[in-house]
Structures are given as C-alpha cells and as structure tokens.
Design a protein around this ligand. Structure first.
Ligand SMILES: C[S@@+](CC[C@H](N)C(=O)[O-])C[C@H]1O[C@@H](n2cnc3c(N)ncnc32)[C@H](O)[C@@H]1O
Length: 283
C-alpha cells in the first residue's frame, strides 16, 4: 500500500539526486479508499492504547469513516491478517533492498509491521531491532521470524517514531518502509529527529517508499528510484479480486477481467515501492 492521504507518484526512472521539488505528481483517485473507510466506525477507536490514541486521535474526535489514515491504523489492530495478506502481495523492488548498506552491525527498523522489509534486513546486519507500535502486527512478525528460524536475530519491540526506545548512535542503518510521514502521529519532525538520533555518525537513515518528497528534500534527504515493471503478486486470482475490492475498489473489475494473480501497480492506481529517500549522517 501507499499512504492514501499522500500523493501517488509516477515512476521517475533511475536517479540518485536530491529529493526533488514537485516530485508529487497526482492525487489518489477520489473514492479509491472508500471500502476501507466503510469497514470501521468511531466505536472501534477503543482498540487504541493511550499512547496510540494520543498520536492517532490527539483531539479525541477522530472518525475512520472520514479519515483514511485512522482506518489504516484500525485495520492493523482489528484485521492484522488481512493487512498482512496485502503487504505480502505488494513486494518491494529488489533493488531497493539491494541498495541498503551491507554488513551493518545494528539495524533499527521503525514501523516494521508484519515484516515485509524486516525479513530482508536479516542478512544485512548482525542484529536487527524492529520497532512496531501495533501489538497484533508485532505478534505476526514474531511468528514469521520464528517460523523462518530467525527468532534470535531480530528483537521486536514496542515504540513510536517520536519516542524510540533505543540509545543514541545505536545503529548504522535506521530505516522505515511505508510507515513514515511528516504528520506528527506518523513521524513528523520529532520522528525524523529520533531516527537521526538513533543513527550513528556515518550511518544511513532511509525512508523507503517515501511520500512528501519536498518535505524530506528540505531536510537534506536525497532520492533514489529504480526502474522496471512491477506487479502486485497476490496468492491467487481469487485473492487478487477479494483484496482489490477492499483496497483498490476502482480497479476491482479490471483485476477480475485480467484473470491473473499478478496485477501491475498502475492498474491498481498506486505508485510501486521502487524508491527511497536517504541521508548519510556526518562523521
Ligand atoms: C503501511 S504499514 C508498513 C509496515 C511495514 N513497514 C511494511 O512495509 O510492510 C505502516 C506501519 O507503520 C506503523 N506506524 C504507524 N504509526 C507509527 C508511529 N507513530 N511510530 C511507529 N510506527 C508507526 C504501523 O503500525 C504500521 O506497522
């Protein structure tokens, strides 16, 4: 998925340049998120812990039927397996993972979710700490790590961008995938400052599948994008149709007609996870 309140970007082609002004190209089509918004109501907001509510509904008056970001947060807590099925299908461009620094001693990932990126980080660092606020997602991630025999290589802990439970200069790579936004509840100034605090001098802070490129550019982040066709790879055509009806309702008919479990990202109307923004901290 991409952050639905944010821009959908086209594929800018290969580049390694300062994050560009004006890189946000178009808006999410109207109504693209309506099915997800319909799933939850204000009655579901009680699922949030105090720390979650203070970030996601700071004034206490949120409505997931109007606020798609809130609906995503409820999805993680109320239907985490459904979210995991989507994340499994939306695989990262292999060169995004390939670009990340190798042989790092400590890696910290923030907003790890059910581990789309975490599982890829295991081979790149001696140790990985995965920070994730939503308990149901942490449970799924721990289960996956145990099943893959990596339970001892990744520490899965609770935390938020703006209050990382990690010491300063802790990691050579601090990374977030499809999780950081400039809004205070999902990162913001405080969250970026925390990621940079936890990163040691000479280390990398990396935002994968970024939105709000201008915002990151003005904070010294450079941009890289990798070319090539990309598909969302559902488990079956049946699953493609089922998940498209929920997450990409405008494309559901076309997904059904194509008869394939693989659906190009452009058919679904979202930008593929082919890019990242990064900063190398001064030594
Ligand atoms: C779209 S999911 C991405 C999960 C995972 N990184 C991936 O790529 O599959 C967004 C994640 O950000 C987490 N998140 C939301 N707000 C957060 C915050 N303030 N601090 C840390 N993580 C947060 C959510 O719980 C969720 O796991």
């Amino acid at each position: 998925m991409t952050w639905p309140e944010g821009p959908v970007r086209g594929a800018p082609g290969p580049s390694d340049a300062p994050v560009r002004a004006g890189a946000e190209l178009s808006e999410v089509p109207a109504g693209a998120d309506r099915e997800l918004r319909r799933r939850y109501t204000t009655a579901n907001l009680g699922v949030f812990t105090h720390g979650e509510a203070s970030r996601f509904v700071p004034r206490g008056d949120g409505d997931p039927q109007k606020d798609i970001v809130l609906a995503w947060e409820l999805l993680y807590r109320l239907e985490p397996e459904l979210y995991d099925r989507l994340a499994r299908a939306e695989r990262l461009h292999p060169e995004v993972v390939g670009w990340l620094p190798r042989e790092v001693d400590q890696i910290a990932e923030v907003g790890a979710g059910t581990g789309r990126l975490t599982m890829e980080l295991i081979g790149r660092g001696q140790r990985v700490v995965a920070v994730e606020p939503a308990l149901p997602l942490r449970r799924i991630l721990r289960r996956k790590l145990a099943a893959a025999g990596h339970g001892d290589r990744v520490r899965v802990i609770h935390g938020f961008f703006d209050q990382l439970p990690l010491p300063g200069d802790f990691a050579g790579l601090v990374v977030a995938c499809s999780a950081f936004t400039p809004s205070p509840g999902h990162g913001g100034e405080a969250g970026l400052a925390e990621m940079e605090r936890v990163c040691r001098p000479g280390g990398h802070v990396v935002i994968i599948w970024p939105n709000h490129l201008d915002w990151l550019a003005t904070r010294g982040y450079r941009y890289v994008s990798f070319p090539g066709p990309m598909c969302v790879e559902f488990g079956s055509h049946h699953e493609a149709v089922e998940l498209a009806r929920i997450f990409y309702p405008k494309a559901a008919g076309e997904v059904w007609r194509r008869g394939s479990r693989k659906v190009p990202f452009e058919v679904l109307g979202i930008n593929p996870p082919r890019d990242l923004a990064y900063k190398v901290l001064p030594e």
